[in-house]
Write a protein that binds this ligand. Structure first.
Ligand SMILES: *Cc1c(COP(=O)(O)O)cnc(C)c1O
Length: 291
């Protein structure tokens, strides 16, 4: 199965046209940059594997995508996390509920997650995928995305392009910049500091082509914020597109603050994550009564 060639639409804001690459439309369950990061495993025949193992947060978008991958491949899926809040386990929708419905086995522990996983699963039939999919195989699908963008840019007669996507691990932004050195990839740090993001890049793949960080020094990861909510509603209305409520409100907010500095046409990569919106919306609604 190949998940490729997502469409591009556009909308205008403050006299500027912004293009959107709709990777959220690649597949109902394997979408966004998670479909790109997992493309290698989706497309490869891996007959010796029957068990997928990963670890991280229980609201993770990657976790849900991995549950869809395991279902597709007929693999067991074992996921390690710290014990979640009771309310997270009671939810009937969102990433955790949907991953469990796909057959994910959740193992909770107080021990270091990565170390526990590597100590426990070392058989040939077990495939470990890093938290957030931060590993070299992710580049395979991002190269495909880079090629689609290059083709689209030439087709439209653009000689320059500014690409934007918000970062968690920063893997998507890094591999995109590495494979599109002729354009500028902008990102913002949604998780941790800008320095932390750069450090992640250095560890994963030292390259002269690092993305350009538009620093986020204000917004904490996955924390409802009224200003971000307003930005997300504005973008939803103008673009007629629903974006994720964890990364994209920060991404759009920071990008809009820098719009006048960027003269090249802007392409915003929709990274999916819409399954997680159901639980994030509840958190916004609880805090700001926006329903
Ligand atoms: C995972 C994710 C990101 C961040 O991707 P990284 O490659 O970890 O930087 C951004 N947006 C959405 C919607 C995501 O699910």
């Amino acid at each position: 199965m190949k998940l490729i060639n997502s469409p591009v639409t556009s909308f205008d804001i403050n006299g500027k046209t912004i293009y959107i690459k709709h990777d959220e439309l690649l597949h109902p369950d394997l979408s966004g940059n998670k479909a790109r990061k997992l493309a290698y495993f989706i497309e490869q025949d891996l007959p010796h594997i029957d068990t997928l193992v990963s670890y991280g947060g229980v609201q993770s978008n990657l976790m849900f995508s991995l549950s869809a991958l395991a279902k597709l491949k007929n693999w067991q899926f074992i996921y390690h996390s710290y014990p979640p809040a009771k309310t997270a386990l009671q939810q009937t929708t969102g990433n955790l509920a949907k991953a469990l419905a796909n057959g994910m086995q959740l193992v909770t522990t107080q021990q270091d997650l990565r170390q526990t996983v590597y100590n426990t699963y070392n058989q040939k039939n077990q495939l470990i995928i890093e938290q957030g999919g931060a590993q070299p195989e992710a580049e395979y699908g991002i190269i495909q995305l880079a090629n689609e963008i290059r083709h689209w840019t030439h087709h439209n007669g653009f000689t320059e392009l500014a690409i934007f996507l918000p970062s968690g691990t920063g893997v998507s932004a890094l591999y995109l910049q590495k494979n599109l050195p002729e354009f500028t990839v902008y990102t913002t740090n949604c998780v941790g500091t800008p320095e932390y993001l750069q450090q992640q890049w250095q560890e994963l793949a030292p390259t002269n082509h690092q993305p350009t960080i538009l620093s986020n020094l204000t917004y904490r990861f996955a924390t409802p914020d009224y200003e971000l909510w307003q930005t997300s509603q504005l973008i939803k209305q103008l673009s007629s597109t629903e974006f994720d409520l964890v990364y994209d409100p920060v991404g759009w907010h920071i990008l809009l603050n820098h719009l006048q500095q960027i003269s090249a046409p802007i392409l915003y990569i929709h990274c999916g994550g819409l399954i997680g919106n159901l639980t994030m919306f509840n958190r916004y609604n609880y805090k700001y009564k926006i329903d």
